[in-house]
Design a protein around this ligand. Structure first.
Ligand SMILES: CC(C)(COP(=O)(O)OP(=O)(O)OC[C@H]1O[C@@H](n2cnc3c(N)ncnc32)[C@H](O)[C@@H]1OP(=O)(O)O)[C@@H](O)C(=O)NCCC(=O)NCCS
Length: 209
């Protein structure tokens, strides 16, 4: 019975060889990525985040307080899939919603894309952010054939800068005075990684189980 279930869970090629054991691509060791559900939107709307709370550093501005109707529109827009972009909820192994990751500016012709990620402050430094990024990079490089990812980081965003350096993104440039917030101008840093560089760091899984 176990063998039957195992065989059913394998994809078999024309010669009868096993291509890939069943494996939940979207689940890592610490997090799983899942689509945004209606319940997530309802929860956002019933308790909107204050704009200057845990996600403040992802924004280049301090916003006005959120009103529910606007929040409803914003969160509903998250579900719209445009070009090759997508948005996921990040859940930990306990099933807690710990953050969000979403791709944008996905150019399928050139093969470039960007993403934004937010981990709730209470869950920082547990490896959730880096694992979520690695899962998304695997998918975009190895399933969708993108070849280059870029991350735009505000120069004052130390956690994001350290995270991307630890993931071995390379510094590609500094755009001066691109951001204004809290009475000050800030630079924007560009960090990037090619699919070949990612393969070196995170070798593709073998097809044979
Ligand atoms: C940046 C962010 C996504 C990091 O998420 P995270 O889950 O805490 O990151 P990880 O636990 O995977 O950290 C991996 C490594 O990044 C570095 N790092 C992460 N946060 C750091 C911090 N606050 N200070 C210094 N280094 C940090 C560390 O090297 C860390 O490894 P270590 O904990 O073993 O030392 C999170 O801080 C966040 O959501 N910030 C607000 C939103 C934001 O800035 N998004 C990115 C916009 S570009």
């Amino acid at each position: 019975m176990r063998l039957h279930r195992y065989l059913k869970s394998c994809m078999v090629d024309a010669q009868g060889g096993v291509l890939m054991a069943n494996h939940n691509f979207w689940r890592g060791e610490k997090v799983r990525l899942r689509a945004i559900e209606q319940q997530d939107l309802d929860e956002c709307i019933s308790s909107p985040e204050e704009p200057d709370q845990w996600d403040e550093r992802a924004n280049a501005e301090i916003g006005f307080p959120v009103w529910r109707e606007k929040d409803r529109d914003d969160t509903a827009a998250l579900r719209q899939r445009k070009d090759g972009s997508f948005e996921w909820i990040i859940e930990n192994n306990e099933g807690q919603k710990v953050g969000y990751i979403g791709t944008f500016e996905c150019d399928g012709r050139v093969g470039t894309f960007k993403y934004s990620i937010i981990i709730k402050r209470a869950f920082w430094r547990r490896g959730y952010g880096s694992e979520a990024i690695r899962i998304v990079l695997r998918y975009y490089f190895r399933e969708l054939r993108y070849q280059k990812v870029t991350s735009q980081i505000y120069a004052f965003n130390e956690p994001s800068l350290r995270l991307h350096e630890k993931l071995k993104f390379l510094h590609e440039g500094r755009l001066r005075r691109m951001v204004y917030t809290n009475g000050q101008l800030h630079d924007q840093l560009m960090l990037g990684m090619t699919c070949e560089e990612f393969d070196q760091l995170d070798p593709p899984m073998p097809l044979q189980p």
